[in-house]
Ligand binder design. Sequence first.
Ligand code: GDP
Ligand code: MG
Length: 659
Amino acid sequence: MKLALAGNPNSGKTTLFNGLTGSNQYVGNWPGVTVEKKEGKLLTDKSITLTDLPGIYSLSPYTNEEIVARNYLINERPDVIINIVDATNLERNLYLTTQLREIGIPMVVALNMMDVVRKKGTFICLKSLEEAYGCPFVEISALKNEGFTDLLNKVYSVKGTQLQKRLVFDHHIEEHVNELENTLDVTESKRYYAVRLLENDMQLGINISDETKETAERVRKELEGIFDDDIESIFATQRYDYIGKSMCTCHKCGAKKSFDLDKILMNKYLALPIFGLVMFLVYYISVTTLGTIATDWVNDVLIGEWIIPFAQNMLTSIGTADWLIALITDGIIGGVGSVLSFLPQLALLFFLLSLLEDSGYMARIAFLLDKIFRKFGLSGKSFIPILIGTGCSVPGIMASRTIESESDRKMTVITTSFMPCSAKLPVIAMIAGAMFDGASWVAPSAYLLGIVAILVSGLILKKTKPFKSEEAPFIMELPAYHMPKASNVMKHTWERVRSFAVKAGTVIFVACVAIWLMSNFSFGLEMVDSNESMLADIGSVIAPVFKPLGFGTWEASVATLTGLAAKENIVGTLGVLYGSGEVAEDGIEIWNNLQNSFTPLSAYSFLMFNLLCAPCIGALGAIKREIGKGKIALFALTYQTMFAYIVTFVVYNVGKVLF
Ligand code: GDP
Ligand code: MG
């Protein structure tokens, strides 16, 4: 007799396999692929061979493991399948069970990890599960060698029997699957082939007649019409619905189905609005309300009233030269301080994002967005780099490594930095505060701009050769929801805050000193007013380039330039340029200067250009590292800058006509 052991990765297959076969086993590779193959004879009955199939989540043909496992089941036709299920993760594991059933081989489901389930005090109703899937369910603990006899007895009892029929899908689908089954020229596993064909899976290794092909296509269209969804989602939803029902039909024995958050959060219509609302709240709390209060306090009180006067008095009392006092207070404390004062906002933002990540919500968002992102040549997994990119583009760009498809990955690498990173946040906050009275739409609009830029770039780049490719399916494990762990959340928040603070203390420190010196000295090395300084000269040369975008002042041009070293420099630079000469420099005073040299429209245009144009040197380095080719990195840089210029130009000029 031949037995096959099938189940999700980490469900305990190998543990069960070793428990049932002892050390008496053969390990090799499946022919043609480097996926481990394990075969052994049962300890209790040497006439029975057990094969440990690779761990899989489904029978789709997307990974080597899936192909190996399903080919084995279809071609070798074991007498009985033991479907091992991690009972602590019942719903997710049963997904594979619904698919394995379709093959039609007698099956026994082994509910593993029952020791854990019992410890938690959860009750699983075997009767309703057996009823739903038409096969025996046995509770085991592979780790503790419990339930093996029971399992083998059930295996003997189902051998040679027919798997009982169950209607898993909605009647429309069941009817159509039947119709397709009847056109198939196979004797076994008809349902498996029919469902796979409907799901557009052509790697089935059987002859498919034209009639079957036509039927499949017609039926698929019909179903997509009825359910207003794509076929893969229709089947996935139906399977999960069935699983949900299979677990809660039996109230009598006390089985309680846990409240399913996804029913609401991942609801077809509610999911995106809820996500939008969550994101709005996150930014509302961290950037607009609470965050602003904290940042204002740091800016006005801590730096403006305490640190600067203190430094001034101390430096004066020890007889420091005036220019040095100005350098230290205006240049260093003013510049670095104006960047650091955004730290409370950022810390709050990072904290809230970490909460969402750790609770399991973010992974679902990636899943949700996949459908949308795919239309734009990106993957749902692009969302993770983009999300991390809201902290810093460098780790964001590096996070693109989890994307399987090469072209999706490159596309994500190039577009991730369109997302406002934490360094761009101060610019956003400054413009919002100075020019728009702290309006709460400014920050979300910057993120919206980032997302739109990414999607539009996806559409544009998809048309170019290096980025064209086959669509890759979305494979990702959805973690269960749980209360975020304080230690995880704190760690993530701290890591991000720290890297921001370190950057402010190093790169920005140097940049602020350099900018102050260059804005207070002329090329002749004389101390002059800032509008005669060498920085003004340099800025005036580039300013005409930005004139069509509405912000052709030398200060804005210089800020844009210094932003290439690190985006935090933009605020730091303006802080130094507009603050120099003032005694008590604080945020509000820069704001006044900003209001004098920008209109709201030109300020927004300045913001847009700086958000979208080439990222900082660090991110450019990361792009080159991840893409591996200098040529494509250069292309990325050119593309981003041109894109920014064109978009800003259009928005500014349209805005000028409108307002
Ligand atoms: P596979 O990936 O399906 O081959 O899973 P493994 O056999 O490697 O098991 C994954 C993990 O689950 C290992 O750490 C096992 O020790 C653990 N494990 C397997 N069965 C049980 C069980 O019945 N109870 C508990 N508590 N842990 C188990
Ligand atoms: Mg294993």
